[in-house]
Each structure stands twice: as structure tokens, then as C-alpha cells.
Design a protein around this ligand. Sequence first.
Ligand code: SF4
Ligand code: SF4
Length: 388
Amino acid sequence: MKQPVVLIPIDTYDEDQVYTAVRQGVELLGGMEQFIRQDEKVLLKPNLLARALPQKAITTHPAVFGAVCRLLKDQGYAHVSYGDSPGNPTTTPEKATDTCGLAAEAAKHGVPLADFNGGSVVHFPEGHTAKSFYLCHAVQEMDAMINICKMKTHALERITGAVKNLYGCITGVNKATGHAHYPNSDVFADMLADLNLCVKPRLHIMDGIVAMEGNGPSSGTPINMNVLLFSADAVALDSVFAGLIHLDPAAVPTCVSGARVGVGTMNYDEIEIITPSGTLTMEEAQQKYGNPDFDVFRGVMKKGLLPKVMPLLPFLQHRPKADMKKCIACGVCEESCPVPEKAVRAGHGQKAKYDYKKCIRCYCCQEMCPAKAIEVYRSPLNKLLGGK
Ligand code: SF4
Ligand code: SF4
């Protein structure tokens, strides 16, 4: 049987229209009761990466989050809570929910904030790469999760969607430690795939009405993609997102790792895209709803090239780079850097200064910089030597 991914076209965050779209999306997938019983404890996991206003497109929009709350309440789900552990070390779940507009929505629908501050180690011997996780209490206490992710680019994993959004289940500083443990995009994606197997969300809803392109996941540019996506399969959903922005899912580490360990499928022959006006192939969905100009890194290092160009590696490797005109010397990059000896130094009047020999290219600094001062420098030499 094919994995269904529902695509609902919608170009507004008008509350009632978003509610209608969310209800229709879940219905087209078979109805909420297909995934979650009414007596279960439901945890909503939006993207609350940072303390950011909704229009910045960094976090799940309150209208989408509110629509899911309302739908659950309308359908008799009595035990619903929500939360996320922000990536930014300078904020808390409470502050992030407030600024992002989710606290107000949650209050309106009587949905309490769950405990994303504390956590403990959960062993996961079935993991292929990660055998344990430091999971927030809220995640350990729920029966069923609805993952309400945001459609964005990501410096490390190219895109962040359903699979990556679960990283907020890890408590505060342990997220930075995870980057040091899994220090490149492939092993980090392997860990995320295991995290998905461990947490097992029942349903994924992606807010792609206004997405983020370019220097994501927090310093990019909002762009209208005008879709909501729904699926029980995180990899299939992320693969449809990739297809819409003309990015091969085989170039997305979280899709590759997720498919390999059985989180889901990235094979379009195994995915059915359902819309209110009928079923589409990925090619048809791409033509109708996609954007070939969406700013995302589509380049690849030519296979077998790496050993030949080792001496050039420092010039070929992508790396974070700070714009001194934008840097406000806040020190957040140094604080976010998971390398114990710190690959970037800043703060107390000093602007960001990198030591690339120590840098593991995790891009936590780029993700957390409040001034959008850090970009990923991608060497043109890669292209000259046969990469794309
Ligand atoms: S680069 Fe960004 S995070 Fe680092 S000190 Fe400058 S403004 Fe702060
Ligand atoms: S400098 Fe930035 S990219 Fe390099 S290891 Fe530190 S946080 Fe990661």
C-alpha cells in the first residue's frame, strides 16, 4: 500500500480558513481516530526554535497550531498538551511560546504547556546509531504525539521538516551535546531517524503556508509556499516537501537515514499525494504547487572526488561565516557552539571570531544568531571540481 501524504492548498493564515484546511487534511488522511484514541494523552509538538514573531516564519504559525487544538477539542480529545524545547540557549519554552503566539492560542483552547524544561535519559537499545536520548518529561509522559513542523531550509540537513522537528524533544543544553556526539549531517540524520523510531509520532502536519528559504532555519527569508501537508509517515512528508522545492530527497540526509531504518519511504512510487481535487504524482504536484526557484542548497560533492582533493579540503568545505557589519557581539554563537574548546569566540564586546580547525560544521551558531549575521559559506571550488 502507498503511503498517503495529503496536500491542502491554502494561501492565508486566516483562523477559520486554516481550521477548515486542517480538518479537511486530517479527514482526507482517514480521520483523527485512525491515529489517536480519544482517551489518550496527546502531545502537540510545534516548532519553537526561538523566541520569534510568527511572521518571521521560524516557528509553527499560531493559526495552524490553534487549528489542531480546536480540532482535537471539537472531536472530544480531553487530554491535550503542547510544547517544545527551543534550540536557543538564551530562551525557555515559556518565553518562546509567548512570543511565537502559541501561548495565546493554547489558552484559548484550554491546552496546557507540558514539561519541556526537565528530562531524563531514556534507553533505546533498538537504535541503529543512538542507543539513548535525554528526553523531556513531556515526551515521556504522552501516549501520542502530533508533530506540527515548519517548512524551512536547514544549514546542516538542507531542509528541516517532520523528521528533524523531533530534535526539540531533547532537553535544552543536551541538544548542543548531541551535535558534538553526531558531528556531521549524515550521522546526525542517523540519530534523528532513531529518535523518530523511539518517539513514534502518530501524525505529522507541516506548516508550509509561509515557508523559509535561504539561510534557514532561523535567518532565512519567508516565502509563500501556500500548502499544508499531512501524513503519518515523516519521511514521505519530508520527501514531498523536497519535491515541491525541486530538491532530490536522496540529497536530504534525514530522508535517506529515515528510509534506511524504516521510519518511512522517500520513494515517490510508494507515496500517494492526495489533494481535495484528486490524487497527484510528485511530478504533477511539483508543477501545480512547487517552486523551482526556492532558495535551498542543491549542490553535491562529486562521488569519489573527496580523496583526490584532500589538500584542498579547507577551501572546499562549507563553513559558517559571520558578517562583521551585522554582528552585535552578543556571544550567543559561542554559547551555542557544542565543541568544548569553542570553535567560535564572541561576546563581552568581541565580535565573532572562528577557529575552523576546531569547527565541526554543525551550524548551531548560524541557527542561533539573533542578528542573522552568520551565513553558510559554500566554496565555488566545489562546483569547479565537478560538484553541483
Ligand atoms: S555572530 Fe551572531 S551570535 Fe555571534 S556574536 Fe555576532 S551577533 Fe551574536
Ligand atoms: S563554530 Fe558553529 S558550526 Fe562550528 S562547531 Fe561551533 S557551532 Fe558548530
